[in-house]
Design a protein around this ligand. Structure first.
Ligand code: NI
Length: 248
């Protein structure tokens, strides 16, 4: 246990030592005018990369089990296709089969949302739970238990929208700022075949809109209006823009 803590520490010290050597050697070269100044290595950039490497493990995404159905990634054409509704009650057994696959795909991942097309099944089924707190997202401070929705729809209850960060299991390691309706009403069919509806606001509403977007082939990066507000999680979480939005 102690060794596992010491070894990465020692490795990082060597990494820094290497960078120091590199820094001084380039300084000496430039002093002797052997290289133009523009070719000198930007130490600030190197330090940032080194820090990102060291802190990357803090942003690790949950891993899928080896035998789990594969979660498709951003770029896979199947993610951009619309999903078909289930023909109920005839297709209720199919709902359960698809749900089983979705649960397998996210096994051990904790509080997550997943839509059937994310595992390549173009049917209108989503599952999600909303955490009360999250290191990356601006939550409502209230958890919502797992909800499984067949053939869901939503409508906005007012024109109010908010701009916040979100991520997706199909876009691992990245975040983007997306404008979403603040207040919505969602209707769906539950596993008993009964029509349900609920109102959601803020983060809860954001999660619902994100998941339902998957059913019409839309992934969050396609909705990021300011393209500077889409990037790698570790870089964004270090940015002033992100810290400001969290009141740091
Ligand atoms: Ni998603």
């Amino acid at each position: 246990m102690i060794l596992s803590k010491i070894i990465p520490g020692v490795a990082h010290s060597f990494l820094y030592f290497g960078f120091l050597l590199l820094f001084f050697s380039t300084e000496l070269f430039s002093m002797h005018h052997l290289r133009p100044i523009s070719e000198r290595i930007n130490m600030h950039q190197i330090r940032r990369v080194a820090m990102a490497t060291m802190t990357a493990s803090r942003f690790d995404y949950p891993k899928q089990e080896a035998e789990a159905p594969k979660i498709l990634r951003y770029g896979d054409p199947k993610l951009y296709e619309p999903s078909l509704p289930f023909d109920l009650p005839k297709e209720m057994p199919l709902v359960h089969e698809v749900l089983e696959q979705m649960k397998l795909a996210t096994k051990g991942m904790g509080n997550v949302g997943l839509a059937a097309p994310q595992i390549g099944i173009l049917k209108q089924l989503v599952m999600f739970a909303v955490p009360a707190e999250h290191p990356r997202y601006k939550t409502d401070g209230v958890a919502q238990p797992m909800r499984i929705m067949i053939n869901p729809h939503y409508k906005h209850l007012s024109d109010e929208k908010n701009l916040e960060w979100e991520g997706c299991l199909s876009v691992p390691g990245m975040m983007g700022q997306v404008k979403r309706y603040t207040h919505i009403e969602c209707t769906y069919i539950d596993l008993e075949g009964v029509k349900q509806s609920f109102n959601a606001s803020n983060f809860h509403a954001r999660v619902v809109q994100h998941e339902l977007d998957h059913l019409r082939g839309i992934l969050f990066p396609l909705l990021v209006e300011n393209r500077h507000m889409l990037g790698f999680t570790e870089a964004i979480m270090e940015s002033e823009e992100f810290k400001k939005s969290r009141g740091f």
